[in-house]
Design a protein around this ligand. Structure first.
Ligand code: AMP
Ligand code: ZN
Length: 437
């Protein structure tokens, strides 16, 4: 590719000092705007803060954090910084952790968001000549329309396929010669099994070359599996509805973390318990301030997502902060027999072992007054039909691998391919059936 790999070269490669100056200018503007919203008028008053007092980026710390609970308790209209007439769109969170939260957008907000998503897609090589198929749900979920507008901004032919209907997804890929896919990682693995059922090979029988995978936590091994299965390059895409949706952070071709677009967000990484910033490179909860939103600007939003800043410059030339793959949400973690476990630790072990199929589920239950972790794992079709001894060897390897990684011994149940419940959106990995939970 001879042409520039940048969508907005100057902005993407801004020297850090200039980037900080831009952030400060934008932060002043957005806090001024916030003074028009009932929620922030009151919050600023209580914190003894006025936007005119914002002299450095560090002064941002004078503004209290905003939590999901604050958003819900106050109600979305209290966050509006513009007259309601100016709102042209509403999206809402998927409600994985409770009630869905609506987020309002002006026309300008939608434009700025589309531009960020376009920047991400362009960064990893999508161009006008590409055919982009969006397998994410359209509607209130941001993965559909968010990517749709971004792809059109790049100029690629966009297929708004929406979620589900797997055979039709595959037919669309073939009919239109889809080259780029936006797909939830757990669904990408499942779709692979549908290709097989149809007697097709996702690598040989499609034109696919790129996938943008995100919306749920997944391991490096999961990415590799998707890349192998489809014969493509897959890039991690991170975003959340409260910060508009996708387009917050995205992997560059170096695949050494995701660039978080600092012209549009201020990122802080804090200790989830104390709220204090962690040292550079340490893991903590990502806290985000949107610099580019007018309709419903949110400051210092506690995402509950765990990550770490990756120090040093990126070989791609982009100066924006890199963050590590999201380990999970602070509320994804479960405690069993006194041990803290993240579903991604389990996935890491599973996907490193041959014979493990495309889906798994962690069930926490109480058996004879004892808490127990049961792991239900789909195996590959070949293995299921094969030798019983091989299945038992696989079970032993899984138990051993898991004991090493999480230090408890789960019960492993190997199940038939396709037998575990599957969602069209984000995968639900954990089912907690324990008494007292
Ligand atoms: P929603 O706003 O309902 O689409 O959900 C956003 C949440 O999905 C984020 O806060 C993360 O917990 C999760 N998420 C989105 N993208 C990723 C990603 N690439 N890796 C891990 N988790 C993600
Ligand atoms: Zn980079």
């Amino acid at each position: 590719m001879d042409e520039s790999p940048f969508w907005e070269k100057e902005l993407e490669t801004f020297p850090t000092e200039q980037l900080r100056a831009l952030q400060l200018r934008r932060l002043r503007r957005v806090t001024e705007l916030c003074e028009r919203s009932p929620y922030y008028r009151q919050t600023f008053r209580e914190a003894n803060f006025e936007s005119s007092q914002l002299k450095t980026l560090d002064d941002l710390r004078r503004i209290p954090f905003l939590t999901k609970e604050d958003l819900r308790a106050s109600g979305p209209f209290n966050f509006l910084a513009v007259p309601q007439d100016e709102i042209v769109r509403v999206h809402s969170t998927s409600g994985t952790t409770g009630v869905a939260t609506p987020i309002f957008h002006t026309g300008e907000d939608i434009e700025a968001w589309a531009n960020l998503v376009a920047r991400c897609m362009y960064m990893v090589g999508m161009r006008r000549s590409d055919v982009f198929q969006n397998t994410m749900g359209y509607g209130l979920f941001t993965g559909g329309l968010g990517f749709h507008y971004g792809a059109e901004r790049v100029g690629a032919m966009t297929i708004p396929a929406g979620a589900g209907n797997s055979r039709r997804q595959i037919r669309l890929m073939q009919d239109f010669g889809t080259t780029c896919l936006h797909i939830i990682p757990s669904y990408a693995l499942y779709l692979g099994t549908v290709f097989q059922e149809m007697g097709l090979n996702p690598a040989a029988d499609t034109q696919l070359r790129l996938a943008f995978i995100g919306a749920e936590p997944h391991t490096e091994r999961m990415r590799e599996r998707i890349e192998e299965l489809y014969g493509i390059k897959a890039y991690n895409s991170y975003g959340l509805t409260e910060m508009s949706g996708p387009g917050v952070a995205f992997e560059c071709p170096e695949k050494q973390g995701m660039h978080l677009w600092e012209d549009s967000f201020v990122a802080e990484i804090v200790d989830p318990a104390s709220g204090e910033r962690v040292a550079e490179g340490e893991e903590g909860e990502l806290v985000l301030t949107a610099l580019h939103r007018r309709g419903m600007p949110l400051l210092r939003y506690r995402t509950r997502d765990l990550t770490a800043a990756i120090p040093g410059a990126c070989a791609c030339g982009r100066s924006h902060l890199r963050i590590a793959r999201i380990k999970g949400r602070t509320d994804d973690m479960f405690v069993i027999k006194g041990v803290n476990v993240f579903p991604m630790q389990v996935e890491k072990v599973l996907l490193s072992i041959l014979g493990v199929g495309s889906n798994y589920r962690i069930v926490l239950e109480t058996v004879e007054m004892q808490d127990r972790m049961k792991l239900m794992v789909e195996v590959t079709g070949g293995l299921w039909k094969g030798d019983v001894q091989e299945l038992s060897r696989l079970r032993d390897r899984l138990v051993e691998g898991l004991r090493e990684e999480i230090m408890i011994t789960p019960r492993v149940e190997l199940v038939e391919p396709g037998s575990l419940p599957r969602s069209e959106g984000k995968a639900a990995r954990v089912e907690d059936l324990r008494r007292n939970h």
